[in-house]
Design a protein around this ligand. Structure first.
Ligand code: FAD
Ligand code: NAP
Length: 552
């Protein structure tokens, strides 16, 4: 169906990362005409943009991968326990080619706006190329960590040297050999890039705003035997992951920190630090790490001790020791020799609590104590997370409702999947779903499957519109808040709360009850004929045949 000016599709998908690719596949399998638009030059999303040295996954490659195709799981041979960015990018390219997805994607094309036309039940989508397209369904797979956030530093525009954000890294790479380099930020990206730049730079200055808990990665090359074992046990591994709290094949413990002796506790922590060495190892030691402050302190103290053992200068070790927020309430980090980097003679640490930046100058950075000159600056300063990419699109729903205004006090979305007033708009790993608090590949597949199944359900019944009910959305928001209120998560200035972006409403955005619990709730809603959503026929028939999902 085509007019001269405007191409019509059944569904428009924003983004061609892990979520967009699988969404395209599921919709094509349903027989829909699908078009995806991707701002980047190719597929891969996160792994297309974040090409900084040291970038790698912090969950095991066997888990951070699609589970929808047994053949794909069998054929793809991960080379390392934790794949690095180039391998992940190859994987997503392979998926795009293997399943014939690339021809349905337009690259270097940003979605600027989307407006719902109630008289026709159609979204009109405006693109950065100036073109407009139309679609029944408008699906955001725009990413939770895809809107890089530069630092707010006075005078930054006057700096004459090159600057790089880790989330927008140049494809040709950057050679820092012999250069005086500044890195701002010590989150997951900063702690990966710091040791790598330290190997090249003549001097590296790390500007730290908040110290982090960084657990050493236990990465290794995978052997054929390991791969064969993983392939053989995949059905069980994935089944366990789907039921689990974090979307990985490990069950959450029931023992609490003070149920065991100090020696037993210490042994568990040594194991989590050493032998286990995975992102969630500490959170999986005891049940109350993230709900009981005293319990949490035992982990914090253990890691402080490790930092003191690793970092030779006691003053630097203390500055690198996180204080003032509980372990795990900002995303903990799986690092490769991060603390060790500060033992190098060419690396120095500047703590911004002690000596804040006064301004950036044409040649460097003036802090409250001195001026330092730099040949290049790297910003590992994170993202406008969770809502940034969605709200960058000017989305207007029924009655001219503007999503930006509707979410001005924080996002509202029933199950994190859809929001009232915006029919046929879906979010993959949207706000108020577990998203980044679980293995994202599991979360993405679960959301994509739910959305595709919902569309299939409607098509089978001659229904075209689905909209979250206002009351279900309000109840869901309250439930998300109730869950977080029982934890320590709100005690940290994290991006989960939007705290890293000035002016962003301070609302805890991810759903904390866990991947398995959340999946069961979504399944239940679908089984009850999409309870809490209103499903309806095309607008011209609506007066005769309005179908309330709850009462169907
Ligand atoms: P993305 O991969 O972010 O893809 C979204 C795409 O949408 C982007 O390519 C973007 O260009 C495009 N887009 C956005 N807005 C528009 C628009 N308006 N128009 C057109 N295109 C648009 N998660 C884990 O579970 N484990 C990990 O180890 C892990 N490591 C990470 C490492 C880094 C450096 C980062 C930044 C994130 C990491 N994450 C990790 C989270 C990661 O983002 C997800 O795992 C996953 O890649 C998200 O896939 P996605 O398709 O939802 O989003
Ligand atoms: P981040 O966790 O938000 O860290 C940003 C860092 O920059 C923080 O240390 C922050 O300090 C600092 N910062 C921000 N603005 C600053 C300013 N104006 N001046 C000085 N410092 C400033 O971002 P990220 O490291 O890119 O990671 C984001 C998320 O992506 C992670 O939490 C994780 O989910 C994912 N990720 C995963 C991996 C992986 O290992 N697989 C790698 C990278 C990213 P404050 O803490 O004080 O805000």
């Amino acid at each position: 169906m085509m007019t001269n000016e405007t191409q019509r599709y059944d569904a428009v998908v924003v983004g061609a990362g892990m979520a967009g690719l699988y969404m395209i596949k599921r919709l094509l399998d349903l027989g829909l005409a699908v078009r995806a638009f991707e701002a980047g030059g190719d597929v891969g999303g996160t792994w297309y943009w974040n090409r900084y040295p040291g970038a790698r996954v912090d969950l095991e490659s066997f888990d951070y991968s699609y589970s929808f195709s047994e053949d794909l799981q069998r054929d793809w041979k991960w080379s390392e326990r934790y794949a690095a960015q180039p391998e992940l990018l190859s994987y997503f390219n392979h998926v795009a080619d293997r399943f014939g997805l690339r021809q349905h994607i337009e690259f270097k094309t940003r979605v600027i706006s989307a407006e719902f036309d109630e008289s026709r039940d159609i979204w009109t989508v405006e693109l950065s190329t100036g073109r407009k397209v139309e679609a029944r369904y408008f699906i955001s797979a725009a990413g939770v960590l895809s809107t890089p956030k530069p630092p707010e530093l006075e005078g930054l525009e006057t700096y004459k040297g090159p600057t790089y954000h880790t989330g927008l890294w140049p494809h040709e790479g950057v050679d820092f050999t012999g250069k005086k380099v500044a890195v701002f930020g010590t989150g997951s990206s900063g702690s990966q890039v710091v040791p790598k730049i330290a190997e090249q730079a003549s001097h590296l200055t790390v500007f730290q705003r908040t110290a982090v808990y960084c657990v050493p990665i236990k990465n290794y090359a995978l052997t054929d035997k390991m791969r064969e074992e993983a392939v053989a046990t995949y059905p069980e591994r994935r089944a366990n992951s789907r039921k689990s709290r974090y979307g990985i094949p490990a069950q959450f413990p029931s023992t609490k920190v003070f149920d065991v002796s100090e020696a037993e506790r210490r042994a568990k922590y040594e194991d989590a630090w050493g032998a286990q060495g995975h992102l969630l190892a500490f959170r999986m030691t005891f049940a109350d790490i993230l709900s009981n402050e005293e319990a949490n302190e035992t982990v914090a103290n253990f890691i402080h001790g490790k930092i003191k053992e690793i970092v030779k200068d006691p003053e630097v070790a203390e500055k690198l020791s996180p204080r003032g927020f509980p372990f795990g309430t900002k995303r903990p980090i799986l690092g490769t020799a991060f603390y060790e980097a500060f033992n190098r003679p060419n690396v120095s640490l500047v703590t911004l609590q002690d000596t804040p930046v006064v301004r950036v100058t044409p040649t460097g950075v003036q802090t409250s104590d001195k001026h330092r000159e730099f040949d290049a600056m790297v910003f590992a300063t994170g993202f406008d997370a969770l809502t940034g990419a969605i709200l960058r699109i000017n989305i207007r729903g029924r009655d001219g409702l503007e999503l930006k205004k509707e979410w001005a006090a924080g996002p509202r979305a029933y199950l994190g999947l859809a929001t009232h007033g915006f029919p046929n708009l879906f979010f993959i790993t949207g706000p108020l779903s577990p998203g980044p608090l679980s293995n994202m590949s599991m979360s993405i597949e679960q959301h994509v499957d739910w959305v595709a199944d919902c569309i299939a359900y409607m098509r089978e019944r001659g229904l075209t519109n689905v909209e979250a009910n206002a009351d279900s959305e309000i109840e869901w928001r309250a439930h998300v808040q109730e869950v977080v209120d029982g934890t320590l998560y709100q005690k940290a200035n994290s991006w989960y709360l939007g705290a890293n972006v000035p002016g962003k409403p301070r609302v805890f955005i991810p759903y904390l009850a866990g991947h398995g619990v959340y999946r069961a709730k979504c399944d239940e809603v679908a089984a009850k004929k999409y309870h809490g959503f209103t499903l309806s026929a095309p607008s011209h028939k609506r007066t005769e045949a309005k179908v309330k999902a709850a009462s169907a």
